[in-house]
Design a protein around this ligand. Structure first.
Ligand code: ADP
Ligand code: NI
Length: 224
């Protein structure tokens, strides 16, 4: 990476940090920080363009459609405008905008958009941050923010067949595990991410088993 590129990355990080400070819905700056670190490591393994990956990881949630009233264009548009404002080439702005337009999970039944290698890496990093211990914590943080119940026995998980159905979902946090989190390990693009996901996925399963056992007090039987 050239010194000029490193300085553009640093300015982008400052911009995103200022924009995202204070979000408690699971999309705070620290989510971006984790996705950026994961993405940079995955990019090395995949020999993806590290500069594009880092820019896209930093900007990927700058205006997510799920929190801006359903506008799918605004995030890619803001990111491209920011990158042009850095004095960067149009090709870089376009590549990052295209990644941001395709990266988001839009419902279990919605076919994924084709992504560049750099986009695949950023999407994997974003998905890895939705599973494992961090994934559990984010799900309950989001659930509290959205006012949903932790769990409601008898309420089945929904297979969301469109981005609109996913956007307007009325879920419980435990159902979200079945509607998204447990599906992610089989929807990763790169071998490096699949390796990391294995352990994080097993952690989700162990957490769910424990949660449901405590829910019915069936863990009591272990201590008789
Ligand atoms: P992403 O950054 O992958 O696009 P989302 O905007 O879908 O993520 O969600 C932000 C975080 O909140 C993620 O960790 C996600 O799994 C979690 N989340 C999303 N919807 C729900 C829900 N209905 N209940 C609990 N957690 C949720
Ligand atoms: Ni994200």
């Amino acid at each position: 990476m050239t010194p000029e590129q490193a300085s553009r990355i640093a300015r982008t990080a400052e911009y995103v940090r200022a924009e995202m400070r204070g979000d408690s819905s699971g999309h705070d700056w620290w989510h971006v920080h984790r996705v950026r670190n994961l993405a940079v490591r995955l990019a090395e393994r995949e020999q993806a363009d590290a500069y594009i990956v880092e820019l896209a990881a930093l900007l990927h949630d700058i205006s997510d459609y799920k929190r801006n009233g359903g506008d799918h264009e605004r995030g890619p548009w803001l990111a491209a405008g920011w990158i042009r404002g850095l004095g960067e080439a149009e090709g870089v702005a376009a590549a990052v905008a295209e990644i941001i337009a395709g990266v988001s999970f839009a419902g279990a039944g919605v076919p994924p958009k084709p992504l560049s290698l750099e986009g695949q890496v950023v999407q994997d990093a974003d998905r890895l941050d939705a599973i494992g211990a961090i994934g559990v914590a984010r799900a309950f943080a989001f659930g509290g923010h959205a006012g949903e119940l932790m769990h409601e026995p008898g309420r089945p998980p929904q297979p969301h067949a469109s981005a609109e159905a996913y956007l307007n979902r009325d879920s419980t946090t435990i159902n979200h595990f079945y509607e998204k989190l447990l599906l992610l390990k089989d929807r990763l693009n790169t071998p490096g991410a699949r390796q990391i996901a294995q352990h994080r996925h097993e952690f989700l399963e162990a957490f769910l088993a424990e949660f449901l056992a405590e829910w019915d007090a069936s863990d009591v039987a272990r201590f008789r």
